[in-house]
Design a protein around this ligand. Structure first.
Ligand SMILES: Cc1cc2nc3c(=O)[nH]c(=O)nc-3n(C[C@H](O)[C@H](O)[C@H](O)COP(=O)(O)OP(=O)(O)OC[C@H]3O[C@@H](n4cnc5c(N)ncnc54)[C@H](O)[C@@H]3O)c2cc1C
Length: 285
């Protein structure tokens, strides 16, 4: 039986992780949530996917001059989505809401760095947050990068998701006004009506690579944000660095506590799934 803790089975070596934590993060290391210095839930007056915290942090960063560009994800034709660069608050607001797809945002990060941008914010899923941190670690310039990581159990392939949603819910994904994953369900809103199915039933549409990712809470981000562990309409916020602390300071939002066990439960579950996926690769059939 192969040992999944050997370097062969890690995209990041254990000492790489430790270096990143030392160099960029602040706080105590929690086995399930990673390094963090603050944990709370919040609801902003800006209406977003959940508590609108990500958009509020980006707006705040532009107002305070912390960012001169932010990489966000906008919905395009149908349910497709693309990484775009927001250079002002209106462009940040236009990109609110979750698109449950895997979007390559770090390509835009490399472009912005080579254009000479100096204060960049990037919103990303855990896999992309790892890449963004690796890019930052190798930078030779004085470019400041702030990573806002999203919680993510898995992302979907747009074409396969469209097929599944048509088959299971009888609605066209391209016409969906809002999609929401909550409490094991995938819910969509079309023409004022809500439709939903178990997220498990959409397994066939999930990106295969997600099964090998063991990071639920974007452990390398400056601030991580998700919907698990808090009241509906709120966002769970994990602050992981000095840059993150500065960004959440005096946040204009109602604050509440977090059900940490619930976040930890999903984080463990995702880690276990990744281990099993790697083991299955090497099991005799
Ligand atoms: C693929 C995916 C799966 C997720 N799964 C979970 C989950 O299982 N459990 C959970 O608690 N939370 C999950 N989330 C996070 C959750 O859906 C919200 O994004 C998060 O709670 C922030 O809410 P908000 O109201 O603060 O966001 P908002 O203020 O609405 O801002 C959302 C921001 O995310 C950006 N964005 C949207 N889609 C993407 C994308 N695909 N890649 C990168 N950036 C994007 C937008 O441009 C915007 O800046 C997932 C997010 C994604 C993208």
């Amino acid at each position: 039986m192969p040992d999944i803790h050997t370097e062969k089975y890690q995209t990041y070596k254990a000492d790489d992780e430790a270096k990143i934590e030392q160099e960029f993060l602040k706080g105590t290391k929690d086995q399930d949530l990673g390094v963090y210095c603050d944990l709370f839930s919040a609801k902003s007056i800006i209406e977003g996917q959940d508590g609108g915290v990500v958009t509020t942090l980006l707006v705040k960063g532009f107002e305070e001059g912390t960012f001169d560009a932010a990489i966000v994800v906008r919905r395009m034709e149908g349910y497709s989505a693309e990484a775009v660069v927001a250079e002002n608050i209106n462009e940040v607001l236009a990109a609110k809401g979750t698109k449950y797809l895997k979007v390559n945002v770090t390509k835009k990060l490399r472009e912005l760095i080579s254009q000479g941008k100096k204060r960049i914010a990037i919103v990303c899923t855990p896999c992309e947050a790892k890449t963004a941190r690796k890019i930052q670690q190798t930078l030779k310039t004085d470019c400041q990068i702030t990573i806002i990581g999203l919680f993510c159990f898995e992302a979907f392939d747009a074409a396969k998701l469209k097929e599944e949603i048509t088959m299971r819910l009888g609605v066209d994904l391209d016409k969906v006004e809002k999609a929401q994953v909550r409490q094991g369900k995938f819910m969509v809103h079309v023409d004022g009506k809500e439709y939903g199915c178990r997220i498990k039933d959409l397994d066939g549409a999930a990106e295969k690579a997600c099964g090998f990712c063991g990071d639920f809470t974007s452990q390398f981000a400056d601030v991580s944000v998700g919907s698990v562990g808090c009241k509906q309409g709120y966002s769970t916020v994990i602050v992981r660095s000095k840059a993150g602390e500065k960004l959440v300071e005096n946040l204009d939002a109602a604050k509440e506590t977090v059900d940490k066990q619930e976040v930890a439960r999903l984080a463990k579950f995702k880690k276990e799934r990744a281990k099993k996926s790697f083991l299955a690769l090497n099991s005799p059939r």
